[in-house]
Design a protein around this ligand. Structure first.
Ligand SMILES: Nc1ncnc2c1ncn2[C@@H]1O[C@H](COP(=O)(O)OP(=O)(O)OP(=O)(O)O)[C@@H](O)[C@H]1O
Ligand SMILES: C[C@H](N)[C@H](N)CCCCCC(=O)O
Ligand SMILES: [Mg+2]
Length: 230
């Protein structure tokens, strides 16, 4: 039993990495062989004379199994910016086929491959040929989970992202509403989006501590049933 998919977002900082780690842990708890994979990450962090990249370091910090470093990432660039720009600043370039090759290999090695996008869908990878993250996802032929905020502004961002995915015929597993604080406005946002999308969804609360991710209890069966059916 295997399933490989993308965690994409309506924007940067919506919680794709947090959701990737949450799903990684769900599969690890079921004894599955799972790998989170961040094809392109930008924004090196330097603290106490140590430099690291946030996304792949977060994967490692909450993994119940040892993750093979070279399987976690294909491109890392120092500038906290759009991948195409961060690569240009280092006289480098991103090649979609390198990422697709990496995905192909990882699919043969793991039951579950969770690929995390960078930013939102229309993020340039190879600007000179109008090649965006959305096109890479289409070529990968993997379904997507869409992560979105719950606060004001999310309706437009979410519906635009859903439309972009539908135009490319990319299968959508469902929506993860992340950072929920229980307000009526957020509940109306979720209902309004669901009225349009009619997809399985999960709600992840705003966590006081990221380590609380280990303890949150969320009903995921329906969501994972659909994931396994795609
Ligand atoms: N449910 C949550 N509760 C508390 N903090 C959260 C939650 N979700 C995300 N965060 C925090 O918000 C910030 C952005 O989240 P995250 O890094 O997962 O976003 P992202 O979509 O992966 O961003 P990027 O586009 O850079 O990959 C991080 O500091 C993360 O720890
Ligand atoms: C730097 C940030 N945390 C992400 N890694 C990259 C976000 C790219 C966003 C591009 C854009 O939509 O302007
Ligand atoms: Mg991330």
């Amino acid at each position: 039993m295997a399933q490989h998919f993308w965690i994409v977002g309506t924007d940067t900082d919506v919680g794709k990495t947090l959701v990737t780690v949450y799903f990684m842990r769900c599969f690890q708890m079921k004894g599955k062989n799972v790998i989170p994979y961040k094809p392109v990450q930008t924004g090196i962090i330097t603290e106490n004379n140590k430099s690291y990249y946030g996304d792949t370091t977060f994967y490692q910090s909450l993994s119940e199994a040892n993750l093979i470093e070279r399987h976690l990432n294909s491109y890392s660039f120092k500038e906290s910016a759009s991948p195409h720009y961060a690569a240009m600043l280092e006289d480098s370039e991103i090649k979609g086929e390198v990422i697709l090759e990496h995905i192909k290999k990882l699919k043969t090695m793991y039951d579950f491959l969770i690929c995390e996008g960078a930013g939102g869908l229309y993020v340039p990878l190879e600007e000179q040929r109008d090649y965006y993250f959305l096109h890479l996802i289409k070529q990968s032929q993997l379904p997507v989970v869409l992560v979105t905020r719950t606060k004001v502004g999310t309706i437009n961002h979410t519906l635009l992202s859903l439309e972009a995915l539908k135009m490319q015929d990319i299968p959508i597993v469902g929506i993860v509403f992340n950072g929920f604080e229980g307000t009526n406005l957020e509940m109306n946002n979720i209902a309004t989006i669901q009225n349009f999308a009619n997809l399985p969804y999960l709600i992840i609360p705003k966590l006081k501590n990221l380590s609380d991710l280990k303890d949150i209890q969320i009903e995921t069966d329906k969501f994972f049933e659909r994931l396994m059916s795609l």
